[in-house]
Structures are given as structure tokens and as C-alpha cells.
Write a protein that binds this ligand. Sequence first.
Ligand code: CO
Length: 136
Amino acid sequence: EEKVEIVVDDGTVVTVNLEANDAMQFNTAEIKVAAGRTVKINLKHVGKMPLKMMGHNFVLLAQGTDVAAFTTAGVTSPDTDYIAAADSEKVIAKTKLIGGGESDSIEFAAPAPGTYDFLCTFPGHSAIMKGKLIVT
Ligand code: CO
């Protein structure tokens, strides 16, 4: 199988080929982006398990968000991809929640320089499915 680079910066757009699998893992825990870039997240669920059992998304949180409180509040909101309505303003960008074999892509402007948490909001997943977006 051909090796695909996870993060590719063409000078304008930083493309992130983010994979999530049936073992509840992302293929990277760190994404570095230069300020001013557009970030394109190509999330691919490379597993086979259905959304209701092994759903994955990419959710980028505003700085200062209490990640534990955010995920706890979201558990009772399956209709909004496990993001509590009251917390929607804490989300900078998010993909759809997807199941095995599915994919979703989003684009957003890199936020101000700093370190930001990203995670999968499916219940229980953020203990492992989490990482940092670092804008420099
Ligand atoms: Co997940």
C-alpha cells in the first residue's frame, strides 16, 4: 500500500489525511499548521464497524474549553453528534460523525496561533481519540 502523508502543506492549504479505525484510534495526535493557512481535514473511517458502534468525527475546540466537561455534557446528545447544544460555540470546526468505510471533509481557516484540542465526541472515545492542533 502506498504511504500517504498525513499532513501536506502546499503553502496555502494544509491538507490533513486523518484516519480513524475500529480500534478507536486516530492516525496522528498532533497537527502543526502555520498561521494564515486554510486547513482541510479529510477524515476517513478505515474500519468496518457501523456508526452506532464505532462512530468517529473530528471536533476542534476553542482554547479554554474544559474537554472533560464538554464530552460529559455531550453524551446525552446523540442527535447533534454528541455535542451539547449549549456547547456549540466552543466548536471551531467539526466533521460529521461517520461509520466504517465513510469519509467527510471540511475546510476552515487556521485559528490564531496557539494550541487547540481536537477529539472524537463519540461517547468514551476522547480518552484515546484526541490530539493537539498547533498553530504557529
Ligand atoms: Co470515535
